[in-house]
Design a protein around this ligand. Structure first.
Ligand SMILES: Cc1cc2nc3c(=O)[nH]c(=O)nc-3n(C[C@H](O)[C@H](O)[C@H](O)COP(=O)(O)OP(=O)(O)OC[C@H]3O[C@@H](n4cnc5c(N)ncnc54)[C@H](O)[C@@H]3O)c2cc1C
Length: 416
């Protein structure tokens, strides 16, 4: 291979995980090259619901979802749907997902996630200071809505799990919900308030600030796609279209839902698939909510962002390459109008790809076959929340700052 350039650390993928990692490493004085063919922060990290959901330790696969799975998957309008044309492709992932939804596996996955989530907000606070972006963090909690009487009782096992890990959560009656968010129509079931939770008022602007801060500390950006990866004892050769060719001492793979083929070239078969999700945005001259609100039965968040309301969420199991599904966007549109019937036409429509493992845990840490390849992907529903803490872990690993093997064990690539 013709190697034209050598760098200390190449971070492949400039989503929130790659950007946070590049910033961390550059702050540590490392030479960092961030590589992405697309605008930094324009993937899943662009269109999400913006919540920093430190409370979300319940894995996606859990006994309640397992019980409801046939009904959910058969209903194209459910919050957790399947594109049937992708069934054959997804079958191995779905089988693993079912196994991970059994009680013992669910609990083990929750323990692993709670450990990461406990550090997620302090890590974000620190990163926002470094990125000169504290103005984009809103510290006003997050609200789950239970619309029908009895729905709150259905969330009892999740509440018990969160209580086990010390998550700050408060059950609200319908009038307490109304006091928190007076523009919402009355709900009968009540709410659950997470007072510590934060959110981003504009994910796109945050991504730009992270990039600027990383660049300010010396990180360089290369616009290119990495398609070839070959690791040896001394480093890693990377190649791609347009003559991309370089050697790095270490490589961080942070390519989100697109990480599988790169990991395979490092010798690791990771069962990564995507949970597709959508958003709609509506211009709102005055904010209609003061914090993210999630009607739990509908599976989306309504998040007030700068000058607009973003409605983001639901899951569509399908392939990366399938076209957007207008039916899923219509579902969000109908859903949000149950709360705000006078909204105008959406100003933005978006499909994004959550990078999802069947056990809801990301892959963080070295490739078992070559410690020069480091993984930081697969954060599923929580990539925004966990980006700063992931960056810390990768930074500590590369710097050898503290023993990480125990901390990283639940996220090891070799667990599959
Ligand atoms: C509808 C929806 C709502 C969500 N809401 C939330 C939320 O409220 N809170 C939360 O914490 N998380 C949320 N998430 C999840 C979160 O957005 C993702 O987990 C997170 O953005 C993943 O970040 P990433 O950096 O791993 O991937 P991405 O942001 O997708 O970035 C990956 C980058 O890698 C680049 N890339 C891909 N292949 C290559 C290659 N071969 N070479 C070079 N570069 C490459 C891509 O161009 C892209 O820029 C949501 C997701 C969706 C879809």
């Amino acid at each position: 291979m013709r190697v034209t350039r050598t760098v200390e650390i190449a971070v492949i993928g400039a989503g929130v995980v790659g950007l946070a990692t590049a910033l961390r490493l550059a702050s540590d004085g490392r030479e960092v090259l961030l590589i992405d063919p697309n605008e930094p922060g324009s993937g899943a990290s662009f269109g999400n619901a913006g919540t920093l959901a430190e409370y979300a330790c319940m894995p996606v696969g859990n006994p309640a979802v397992l019980r409801a799975l046939p009904k959910l998957l058969l209903d194209a309008d459910s919050p957790f749907s399947l594109r049937w044309t992708a069934l054959l492709h997804l079958a191995p992932w779905l089988l693993r997902f079912v196994r991970q939804s059994l009680p013992a596996a669910t609990h083990a996955n929750a323990v692993a996630m709670a450990g990461l989530l406990a550090d997620s907000l302090p890590a974000w606070e620190e990163m926002a200071v470094e990125a000169d972006a504290t103005d984009l963090l809103r510290r006003n909690g997050c609200l789950y809505l239970y619309r029908r009487p009895g729905d709150l009782a259905g969330g009892a096992s999740s509440r018990a799990l969160r209580a086990e890990f010390g998550v700050d959560q408060a059950v609200l009656n319908p009038s307490e919900v109304a006091a928190l968010e007076p523009n919402l129509p009355a709900v009968q079931g009540g709410g659950l308030f997470f007072p510590q939770s934060m959110n981003l008022t504009d994910p796109q602007t945050m991504m730009a600030r992270l990039l600027k801060a990383a660049a300010g500390r010396g990180a360089a950006l290369l616009r290119g796609e990495v398609t070839g990866l070959r690791a040896d004892a001394g480093g890693v050769d990377l190649s791609g279209p347009g003559g991309l060719s370089l050697r790095a001492h270490k490589v961080v793979i942070a390519t989100g839902a697109f990480s599988r083929p790169l990991a395979a070239q490092a010798g690791d078969r990771i069962p990564l698939e995507t949970e597709r999700g959508y958003h709609l945005e509506f211009a709102t001259p005055a904010p209609v909510l003061t914090r993210p609100v999630c009607p739990v039965d509908l599976g989306f968040y309504m998040t007030p962002m700068a000058g607009r309301l973003r409605v983001a969420g639901t899951v569509e199991l399908g392939r990366l390459a399938s076209a957007p599904n207008p039916r899923r966007l219509a579902l969000l549109d109908r859903g949000v109008r149950q709360f705000f019937p006078t909204l105008g036409q959406p100003s933005s429509k978006w499909l994004g790809f959550r990078p999802s493992l069947p056990d809801s845990r990301p892959v963080i840490g070295p490739s078992p076959g070559n410690a020069n390849v480091i993984y930081a992907f697969g954060h599923g529903h929580l990539g925004l929340t966990l980006s700063a803490v992931t960056a810390r872990l990768v930074g500590d690993l590369i710097a050898g700052r503290r023993p990480n093997s125990e901390r990283l064990a639940p996220f090891a690539a070799g667990r599959f």
